[in-house]
Every structure is written in C-alpha cells, then in structure tokens.
Design a binder for this molecule. Sequence first.
Ligand code: ZN
Ligand code: ZN
Length: 304
Amino acid sequence: MGFLYCPPLRVFGESIAGEATCLQIPEFDLGFDIGNCPRMMLSCKHLAITHGHMDHIGGLAYFCSQRRFQGMGNGRIICDERIAPAIKRMMDGYVDLERQRTPYDLVAIKPDQPVEIKNNILLRGFETEHTCPSFGYTVSERRTKLKQEYLDLPQEKLRELKDRGVEITRSFEIPLVAYTGDTAPGPHLVREDVRKAQILITECTFLEPDHKERARVGMHMHIDDLAEWLRVVESQYVILVHISRRTDMSMARKRIAQVAGEKLAQKVLFLMDYKGNRERYEAQLAQAGVRKPDAEPSSDDHRA
Ligand SMILES: [Zn+2]
Ligand SMILES: [Zn+2]
C-alpha cells in the first residue's frame, strides 16, 4: 500500500485510475472507496463510498464478507443516498450466489448530513461532478470554545451560569481531511471545508498536455485544472491519487512544478510514489530523532 505520514494523520492506500482505488485513515478507523480489498482495509470500521464505478466499489462485497469471517463485525458502508438502493441490490445478488446472507450496515446520507465516526469527528458528503452519481467527503473535528464575553469569568461563576442553562460555549469545526473521489472541476472544489482541509486528497487522472479532452469526456481532473485550483487551496498537504498506470512519477512531479510553479508544487504528494514517500518518511523519522528499527549500530555508537 502507498503510505504518507501527514502529522498527526496517516494515509494508506492503493490508487490507480481505472484499476482500483482504496484509501484508509487509521486514526479515524475510516476508509474511502474499495475498488479492491487489500487485507489492511478490513480494519476500517467505516467505509465511505464516493461512487459506483467498479474501480471504487469492486471490493465492497468481499470487504463485508471478510470482516464477518474474521470476526470483525459488520462492515459499515456510508454512501450517497442516490446509490444506496443499487448497493443493496448488489449485496442481495451475493445472497443468491452464496446462499447465505452477509450482514452489513448501510448508512445512506444526503449532502452535508453529518455522520459522527468518532467522538467529535464528523464525516460529511458533498456532490461532485462525474459520469455517474458521485460524492466527495470531508472529515472535520468539532471543538467548543468559551464565548468571548465569558473569557474573564472565574470558574465558579461559569459553573453557575452553566447550571442556569446559559450557553457559555460556542462550537466550531476544523476541517481535517477532504477526499474528492473522481470528479470534474466544479464549485464543490472551492467549498470552505475542502479548500481548507489540512489534508486534501484528490484525483488527477490526466497529466499530459494533449489529454484535456479525455479528462473532460471522462469527467476527471486534468493537471491544468489542478494547477488553477491549487492557487486557492489552503491545505497543508495535497495528496494526488487516481494517477494512470502509464504515468511515470518523476515526470508527474516535473509536470506539477511546470504548471503550478515550484512553490505550490511543494505541498503536492503522490500516494503511489513508493520510493519518494519512503525517503520522505525516513527523513521525517530522522528529524524526530527516531532511528530506523532495522538500522545497524554505526561505528560511532561503539566509539561512544
Ligand atoms: Zn475511478
Ligand atoms: Zn469514476
């Protein structure tokens, strides 16, 4: 699986355009899409599906079945209410094929309907633009803060107000992760919780200059769309997925720098850049003063 450490969160996954996409954020017990089902995906307690293309949903029945088989409980599938009936029909098809019923939980949601996946961690879907009904998702953390006018009051006074039923706090949300799924550019890309998510995971299926028309027809992102969007994106990390198999990573990095400029390109990471991401992670460990677990003691250690 591809792996990126974007403190404090980790992003795991596999994603190749047209073949399979599945992503996982272990800190939230959350998966996005399940085109295939590597073993690691089984640990996702919540699985949010963006759309019904086979490369995003092909492993779903297997995921539900394996979770039961391994004693991990029901798969919990969160999806756009427009595709929930088709998912149910697909799962019903397996009941006929297997002559047994795999239990699963299906949570069909409307755009912007929050689902609490952990204490104060909210998942929401939003409509995107693709060749079939499609959703993107955001994950936000809800925090509460004392209202300005009560900041200087002593604890006991605050407690008294609270006991009287006065609302002394206000709540707000911090967007942590956004995942667009497959999408053409559109107004959903500039939603505040997308643009400002600390980690923004998005597709970029077409990087070659002459593939603009193909991107438009398939309702995917072309690198020129990405470059334009990056100018208004405030995310700390932009992770690109759904790159085609023919794309060479060093070429991809060069193209981003060409079209978006070196500065904006710096925040762009490729989930499937195994080599680059391993080097990046080793540098992160070194910076944190952690030695690689498999590292041999160096001669310096003996001298000390
Ligand atoms: Zn796809
Ligand atoms: Zn698709």
